[in-house]
Write a protein that binds this ligand. Sequence first.
Ligand SMILES: Cc1ncc(COP(=O)(O)O)c(C=O)c1O
Length: 449
Amino acid sequence: MAAPTSTPRRAVPSGIDYWARYQELYPRYFWSEETRLASIFVADAKGSTVRDTAGKTYIDLTSQWATNNLGNVPPEVLEATVEALGRYGFLTYFMTPHVPMIELAERLIENRPSPNLSRVFLELSGTGAAEGAVKHAVEASQRPLILSFLGQYHGLSIGANLIGSLSSHERRYWEAWGGGAVYAPYPFPYRRPRGMSEEEYGDWVLEYIEEQVLGRQAEPDRIAGVILEPVACEAGIWIPPAKFVRGLAKLCEANDWYFIDDEVETGLGRTGKMWAIEHFGVAPDLMAIGKGISGGMMPVAAVMGTEEVMGEAMVAAGTTFAGHPAACVAASKTLEILVRDKLPERSARLGATALRRMKEWERLPTVGEVRGLGLCLAVELVHDKRSRKADADLGRRVFRECVKNGTIPLWNYGDHVVRIEPPLTIEPETLDVGLDTIEAALRRPGTGS
Ligand SMILES: Cc1ncc(COP(=O)(O)O)c(C=O)c1O
């Protein structure tokens, strides 16, 4: 049977005012505005769009938080997943191993960023993958600490939340639980100290690690590894200087630290290469993968690691639903399509074109910076360019205005950065219309409700 090229769009159910019902029921069952950022009641999703219950179509520049990298409901992945569900249902990967988990491991190995990554561990979520990578590093090295960078995000479980440090708000009440991490600043170029070049800022952070972290917080042989987001997406697409990432890898080598690369959001073509770490020419010892791995069809995540770190240690990690057979099939199919259709390259091309256009927005007084790598782009909103003071209220207004006008960008509640991470398959014309909407909102923010 020929592979279907698109799923038919279902009719929106009629006769019920879903919008009114939604407005009434949502606050009754779910808490806080934070959980309904876009306030859309979705009837169906397809490709680069979602449609609400009133029949209005929105351009989806979120890939549902960098998950639906092949677009919403990719038909080939859907078909493979449904077939696998019928064949396997659910099997526990650690008791009754199955064919799809082996096939997924092979696909991951084929597409690894560096040949030292020879082992695979399956998880359920990006959070689980980030924690799983840290668990492997700590248990294999028998050292208790992880060096992390301020502003990184690795998930919201108690462990992952405290390995990262996106915001004090998310750490509230949990601050004391995080004894296992030491932190250094993330060298985010836009907010570097005045008078320093980007590279100098990266050098300064490396010196900070040597002098302040190793000198005052933890001796080198107490640290198991370093966890790095090669691009800190949730923080607002922070792209570190390449020299810094290479310097960090050297520091890892010198101190016997594992280099843990969190690719949960950046991986699988998002930044214009299969893995973001490939922009920096560094070979990680552990890599966390999630989100886009299965085209959004089923939750699954993975950790890849070296023989040394994952070959021996019997690590207490894992979860019942990790490696669900249908999720493994979805992931293998997604990887096949990413490679077959050269989607990382497409992401690089479309992203470069979008970035050129978006850079023009820096002429606006409230746009501090536009930056991006592949289809991972951000607009930093400020009160004024001189102070660079973050303008979260403007972020909210721009986001709301975009949604009102039919385009959904990415926005973290209370953030001053508006991002886009569209499907790697998005049609250039659709992306352009989405950018038109954002541009209009930047020029005239404040009318969004
Ligand atoms: C870099 C990174 N690591 C881990 C996670 C957690 O992934 P999940 O929310 O799928 O558990 C995220 C989620 O945004 C992420 O961006």
